[in-house]
Structure formats: structure tokens, C-alpha cells
Design a protein around this ligand. Structure first.
Ligand SMILES: *[C@@H]1O[C@H](CO)[C@@H](O)[C@H](O)[C@H]1NC(C)=O
Ligand SMILES: *[C@@H]1O[C@H](CO)[C@@H](O)[C@H](O)[C@H]1NC(C)=O
Length: 247
């Protein structure tokens, strides 16, 4: 019985070596932190979880939001998948993250119609990102709940596309995992600030789900060391690589 309990605990909390994580939080309003009074989104609670596991975390991106110092982010409210992809193609070579967290497709569902090419386009984006930051691991969110029924039906359909995509890409050896915001640890409609954005309780739950995905990637040995210092603006090697990648 005691042995059983110990085995269960060991499985629940695999001890992973401390990693250096240069994280590119990519998305729209949720990633930016709408609905979170200080704008911290899931990023601050995730930072706290990762730091407590002794991981070294630097967030990178061209914007900042939140009342904590390490608050860089690549997210614009209202952006649809194609806009998020365009932003990512510009910014990824500037920072060379070793980990990208993507939450995209929520706003594509705003009309209530199904978005049948979300999985295809996300696949193209992910394959591009692997080239733009060599060695990078990607965690893709299966989209969380939305109170507007037609939009939620669309999100569930997008999630099925993302799930199939991740299985296919990872099955081919790709560095990608899914973080399902509708899993038991994810936020519910009770954790929303409005019809669509989590409140800070919901963002804390998102952080737990992201951490689960990051732990899966670390456990599978997907995550390598970041390259350079993560800031092309200092004239470092990211710029050289960025120019090479864009040519
Ligand atoms: C984090 O590092 C501290 C100090 O070295 C150590 O005591 C602690 O056990 C580590 N925690 C984890 C989760 O590895
Ligand atoms: C998917 O990509 C195609 C080709 O670029 C584009 O026409 C379409 O609007 C995109 N769909 C989404 C949901 O981004």
C-alpha cells in the first residue's frame, strides 16, 4: 500500500532536471492578459510554478504586460490565427526561444462558423517555427471554454483539429505537445471574467495546464538549451540567424 502510494506520487511529480527556458508566449488577448486585473495572464502564475521547480525562465516577445518584471509577451487582442502567425514569423528569429506556448484560433471562432482550416494552418505555422528557431519545442493550447455556444462549438472543432495535428507531428518526431485547457485542471465558465477571458483564478488554472504540457515536453527530452541571449536588439547572434532565417 505504501509502495503503491510512493509510486503514484513519483508518477504525479516526475523530478525533472532544472531547465533554462526562454519562453515565447504567443497568442491574442488571453495571452496578453485581458480579464486579469494586473494583466498578468497565465504568465505570472506559470512563472511561479516553473521557478518553484528551479527552472530558469525568461519570457520573450515584443510587448510587455503585467505587474512583474519578466513580462515580455507576443500577443495582440483580437488577433486571429493568420495575424498571430505573421507576428510569430517576424518575432521568433529575434528571440530564438527554446519553448513557444501558442494559444491561437479563439478569435477565428468569433463569427460562430466552423473554422475547418485551423489545423492545417497551425501545422504550417509550427513547421515554420521549427525552422525559425532551430530546436524549439512548441506547446499548443487546445482552446478553453467560451460562454457563447456557437463559438464554443467552433472551438471544440478546432481543438479536434489541433489534437490530430499534434499526434501526427509528434508521431513523426516533431517537438510539439498539446496543453488541453479543457482538461480537468483547466478553467471552466465559472472562471471567466466575461464571456471569453479567464479571470485570475482561470489564469492560474491555465498556468497549471501549461505546466503540465511543459513537463511532458521536458520529460520526453524535447527541450534543448536556448541559443544566444534571446535579444537580437543588442546586435547579438540572433540578428545574424534572423537574417539568415528570413532570407
Ligand atoms: C530547488 O533547489 C533547492 C536549492 O538547491 C532545493 O533545495 C530544492 O529541492 C529544489 N527543488 C526542486 C523541486 O528540485
Ligand atoms: C489558412 O490559410 C489560407 C492560406 O493562407 C488562408 O486563405 C485562410 O484564410 C487561413 N485560415 C485561417 C483560419 O487562418
Amino acid at each position: 500500500m505504501i509502495a503503491q502510494t510512493l509510486v503514484t506520487l513519483a508518477l504525479a511529480t516526475p523530478s525533472l532536471a532544472a531547465a533554462a527556458l526562454r519562453i515565447f508566449p504567443l497568442g491574442a488577448s488571453v495571452t496578453y492578459g485581458v480579464g486579469s486585473p494586473a494583466g498578468n495572464s497565465y504568465r505570472k502564475p506559470l512563472l511561479d510554478i516553473l521557478a518553484s521547480a528551479n527552472h530558469t525562465v525568461t519570457y520573450v516577445g515584443r510587448s510587455r504586460n503585467g505587474n512583474f518584471p519578466n513580462n515580455q509577451v507576443e500577443a495582440t487582442s483580437g488577433f486571429v490565427l493568420s495575424q498571430i502567425a505573421a507576428a510569430a514569423r517576424i518575432a521568433t528569429p529575434m528571440f530564438l526561444p527554446n519553448l513557444i506556448l501558442i494559444e491561437a484560433g479563439t478569435n477565428d471562432c468569433n463569427s460562430g462558423a466552423l473554422v475547418t482550416d485551423a489545423g492545417t494552418n497551425m501545422t504550417v505555422l509550427i513547421e515554420d517555427l521549427w525552422g525559425l528557431s532551430p530546436g524549439v519545442t512548441i506547446v499548443v493550447a487546445a482552446l478553453g471554454v467560451n460562454k457563447v455556444e456557437a463559438q464554443d462549438v467552433c472551438r471544440v472543432d478546432v481543438n479536434a483539429q489541433y489534437r490530430g495535428m499534434v499526434e501526427r507531428l509528434a508521431g513523426n518526431g516533431g517537438r510539439v505537445v498539446l496543453a488541453d485547457m479543457r482538461s480537468a485542471e483547466g478553467f471552466t465558465v465559472e472562471d471567466l471574467a466575461d464571456t471569453r477571458h479567464p479571470n485570475d483564478r482561470g489564469y492560474a488554472k491555465m498556468a497549471v495546464v501549461w505546466n503540465r504540457g511543459i513537463g511532458e515536453a521536458l520529460g520526453k527530452g524535447m527541450v534543448g538549451m536556448p541559443v544566444g541571449d534571446g535579444n537580437s536588439l543588442d546586435g547579438g547572434e540572433e540578428m545574424v540567424l534572423a537574417v539568415g532565417a528570413l532570407n
